[in-house]
Write a protein that binds this ligand. Structure first.
Ligand SMILES: [Cu+2]
Length: 179
């Protein structure tokens, strides 16, 4: 008995080469880097600035949506034409007293969002370079730990004219169309 012989035809070899190439192409798609030029990981919704009377510092608020599959970290912000000092802050309640503290990072969860809102995270705007009036739209640039940045125009509102009420700002994972 002769062992059975399976000569591989040229057609069969081409076929298996095609399969190997197709497999490689699928892998390349699966592991393509998340950050593409087409869609930034972060988008800004409802950006606004709350103006307080009597020269009290203004704050900027917004909702940040993270469309990527990894957490994105906001590390600072600036508004060079309008405020000479811009900082990330968080309001924390200790009993009846609320105080603000500087934070060095704000994490937006993967496929989630974070709301910067009165009573929670905010961007503190100090030392306005010119009078700021309700109705103006001022650009603020947000900088992220991965080196990316996003600039949005923030609508200036008087205190009390902001969107009400505001949800407390806590990282949340989205379900589509949740709010
Ligand atoms: Cu503050």
């Amino acid at each position: 008995m002769h062992p059975q012989h399976h000569p591989t035809s040229a057609a069969q070899r081409r076929q298996s080469l095609r399969r190997a190439l197709l497999g490689a192409a699928l892998l390349a798609t699966a592991y393509a880097p998340q950050a593409s030029a087409e869609r930034p990981a972060i988008s800004v919704r409802d950006p606004w600035i709350r103006l307080l009377p009597a020269g009290l510092p203004a704050s900027a608020y917004m909702r940040l949506d993270n469309h990527s599959s990894r957490p994105v970290t906001l590390v600072n912000a600036d508004s060079p034409g309008h405020y000479s000092s811009v900082a990330l802050h968080r309001t924390v309640k200790m009993g009846a007293i609320s105080t603000m503290k500087a934070v060095d990072r704000v994490v937006i969860p993967a496929h989630g969002h974070l709301r910067l809102a009165p009573g929670g995270y905010h961007i503190m705007l100090l030392n306005a370079k010119h009078p700021v009036e309700p109705g103006q739209q001022l650009p603020i640039t947000l900088r992220f730990a991965d080196g990316s940045r996003v600039t949005a125009r923030f609508l200036v509102r008087k205190a009390g004219d902001g969107p009400q009420p505001q949800a407390p700002s806590r990282p949340r994972t989205d379900t589509p169309f949740a709010d």
